[in-house]
Design a protein around this ligand. Sequence first.
Ligand SMILES: [Zn+2]
Length: 220
Amino acid sequence: MVKSAVILLSGGLDSLVSLGLVRKNYENMLALTFDYGQKAVQAEIDASQKICVYYKILHKVIQLDWLKEITHTALVSDEKVPTDIEDYTASMKAVWVPNRNGLFLNIAACYADAEGCEDIIIGANKEEGETFSDNTVEFANRVSAEFEYSTLVKPRVVAPLINYNKDDIVKKALENNIPLEFVKSCYIGGEKNCGRCESCVRLKNALKNNGAEEYIKLLF
Ligand SMILES: [Zn+2]
């Protein structure tokens, strides 16, 4: 049986490595990148496009103008994205987008239901699961259970990184020749990753801990 999947792709470390790890399991894949007015949107779209060309999969950008209007997160508003993080919980609150992963998975489920895709891939991981409840195995399982009722195809939420922290994720990327040069994890956007926001700090530390200095030079 031909297997197919929809993947949530932001062009960041987690979604890129998730794709790299599962690509061989599927005949057809569709990647969705969401534009909810985030500061890094153009960087995320550009990175995602390159990644989709590399992995030969379809790419679609979904516009969510209304989400931009209702969210007060620093990712979208004029408020400064927290940098030089000491307190991950404070940073988490500043960058929280209302029900983001819940919404993105449900949009992915619409595509999966329409196109007959068995799986939906999300880059949820153990490290972020400690501060973001929508990065946990419980969340993924409960959304899968929801799709048994809300879709005909009943796609499964697959989170290949759910037991990994950022160090493990970078290690997996290096072991599997996943093109880390494409990563855009930064909350602020711009040509290079800023190196100071929560997402950049996590990525930079993981690269350092894996001795991947060449990528630190390249990405920041
Ligand atoms: Zn950054």
